[in-house]
Structures are given as C-alpha cells and as structure tokens.
Design a protein around this ligand. Structure first.
Ligand SMILES: CC(C)(COP(=O)(O)OP(=O)(O)OC[C@H]1O[C@@H](n2cnc3c(N)ncnc32)[C@H](O)[C@@H]1OP(=O)(O)O)[C@@H](O)C(=O)NCCC(=O)NCCS
Length: 279
C-alpha cells in the first residue's frame, strides 16, 4: 500500500519521504497480536497523565512504531474532545516524524529507538506549544512519597526542547507565555505553578563555558536543584551518536561540539541538570 493512502495520518505525524514508505508498509497488513497488545497498553494510559514512558518490554521497535501509528488518531481525537485545536494537536504529534528522521541520522536506517519517548505523547498530556514541549504531570517528588493521595498532589509542567533550529530567548519567552494560557484554559483543575527541566543543557559546566549561548540563557531561567551523571547525553544531543565510541572522529566545528568533546578528553563526566522555574 502506498504512502498516499495514509496522507492524512502522515501529515498529522509529519512523517515524510522514505519513512512514510516504510510506515505505509507496516500499515499494509492487519495488526498482529503484539501490535494489538502495545495499542492496548497505550489505550490504558490515554487521559491518565502518566509521568513515565512505557519502558522496555518484549515487543520490537517495529511493533511499537506500528502501534504508535495506529493509535495516534485516537490521541488526536482525545485532544479535539478537550477543545484543543487541531494545530496544537498536530504540532505535538509531529514529534513522531521528527524522531524517525533523527533515527535515520543516528542509525542510518528506518527505526525509532526513542519509541518509549513517543509513548508519552500518546497519553495525551504532552504538548508542543511554540518552541518547547510541555508535559503535564503530578509532581514526581510527591508521587514517589507514599501516602500523598493523588487528588492532593501538585501538578508540574515538564519542559522538553525538541530539535528544531535555534533556541532564542524570545522563542522561549513566547512558548512559556503560551503554555501559561494553554494549560489554564484546557486543564483548569490541574494548575501547575512550577515548570521543571531535566537536561544536559542545565549542566552548569555548559553555561560556564558558553555563557553567551542560547543554551546558557535557557539554563539560567531554571534554579538548579541537583545534577546526576549522564555521560552520554551531551554526545547524543550534540552529535546524534549513541555511546562514547570513536569520539576522535567527531567534528569540532561549533563551540558546543568542542566543549562537549574537550570535557570528555579532560576526563570529565557530563551531567544531567535537574531544575525548576516558577511559571
Ligand atoms: C538546544 C538547541 C536547540 C540549541 O541550539 P542553539 O540555539 O543554536 O544553541 P546556542 O546558540 O546556544 O549554540 C551555541 C553554539 O553551539 C552550537 N550548537 C548548538 N546546538 C548544536 C548541536 N545540536 N550540534 C552542534 N552544535 C550546536 C551553535 O552552532 C553555536 O556554535 P558557535 O558558537 O560555534 O556558533 C540545539 O542544541 C538542539 O537542537 N539540540 C538537540 C535537542 C536537545 O538537546 N534537547 C534537549 C534534550 S534533554
């Protein structure tokens, strides 16, 4: 079956070119048992505001791609029922196409090694609003404390930064402003006073070395709560390489590429910064 049969779905998910052809192939035959199982797992989470993605299970990456493709229209309908615009829904779900393209850069083939990340979008509580993505969840600290009833837990917005050009302060301001209005309007009973971010971009080493950069300006918006070791994240997001092998072959063209590699050359370990800001 040709990709043109699924034009509407692929537009919704921004799936293009060779990825559209591969996805059309997956949709050409009825879903098998494992795809149906994965779809059932997605169905169970829709509208429940889960904090975590679905993690490793026995289904293959291809099974998950097919399940995500087949389930996405239900998420779109869920968004529309909440009154959310088709444009915001599509912008949020378009991460699927972006992640397929990134997978080609990372592995040189069709696939989705970040399928788990996409299971968050399919629960209906992760939205792209302007430059940033926002994930509406119960505060993870309180969720981990036994005894706090779900209805008493605070809500927070987890902030994520999709790869899509520069991260100018003006774009970030606009996105945060849009988020304040969006969540107050569509989720008035889940008001979040705080946004959180867990990212290699919040590693203070980066702001020290590249103080004038957009990344540093973004990081400075957050109060840093703690750091944890994340040796491979900076390499993955800067070079789209999994793992720390063959670092000497990577380019050192931009200031970020040089900083990322020089720290490792010096025996350092990249960190994940965990921060928050008041909305
Ligand atoms: C976050 C991101 C949008 C920032 O882009 P930006 O606004 O261009 O960043 P800055 O202006 O701060 O860049 C400073 C320098 O780093 C370079 N740079 C930024 N991101 C880069 C990247 N992904 N790869 C290589 N170089 C990069 C810039 O070209 C600039 O180099 P220069 O000083 O030699 O001119 C970009 O790095 C990106 O798309 N990253 C992938 C997504 C990601 O990491 N998300 C967070 C996941 S936790």
């Amino acid at each position: 079956m040709a990709a043109s049969t699924h034009t509407e779905l692929f537009e919704l998910l921004d799936i293009t070119g060779a990825d559209a052809e591969e996805c059309a192939r997956l949709l050409a035959t009825p879903p098998d048992e494992s795809v149906l199982r994965s779809m059932a797992a997605l169905e169970q989470r829709l509208g429940t505001f889960p904090l975590d993605s679905i993690r490793e299970d026995n289904a293959s990456e291809t099974v998950w791609i097919e399940a995500l493709l087949r389930f996405a229209p239900a998420v779109h309908t869920h968004h529309l029922h909440l009154g959310i615009s088709p444009e915001v829904s599509a912008a949020s779900l378009a991460d699927m196409g972006l992640q397929l393209r990134i997978n080609r850069r990372v592995h040189g083939r069709f696939g989705l090694d970040t399928w788990g990340w996409l299971t968050l979008h399919m629960a209906g509580n992760l939205f792209r609003l302007g430059r940033l993505q926002f994930h509406l969840v119960r505060s993870p600290e309180e969720t981990s404390q036994a005894g706090t009833p779900a209805e008493d837990q605070r809500w927070v917005l987890g902030v994520h930064i999709p790869e899509d050009g520069g991260l100018s302060p003006a774009l970030v301001d606009a996105s945060l402003a849009e988020a304040r209005l969006f969540f107050a309007r569509y989720f008035p009973d889940k008001q979040a006073a705080v946004a959180t971010c867990d990212s290699w971009m919040l590693d203070p080493y980066l702001a020290d070395r590249l103080p004038e950069s957009n990344i540093a300006s973004f990081a400075r918006r957050f109060t840093l709560d703690r750091c944890t070791d994340a040796p491979t994240d900076a390499v993955y997001f800067t070079f789209r390489q999994r793992g720390l092998q063959d670092l000497d072959r990577l380019p050192r063209d931009t200031s970020l590429q040089r900083v990322v590699l020089e720290r490792i050359d010096d025996g350092g370990t990249w960190q994940l910064g965990h921060g928050h800001l008041a909305l």
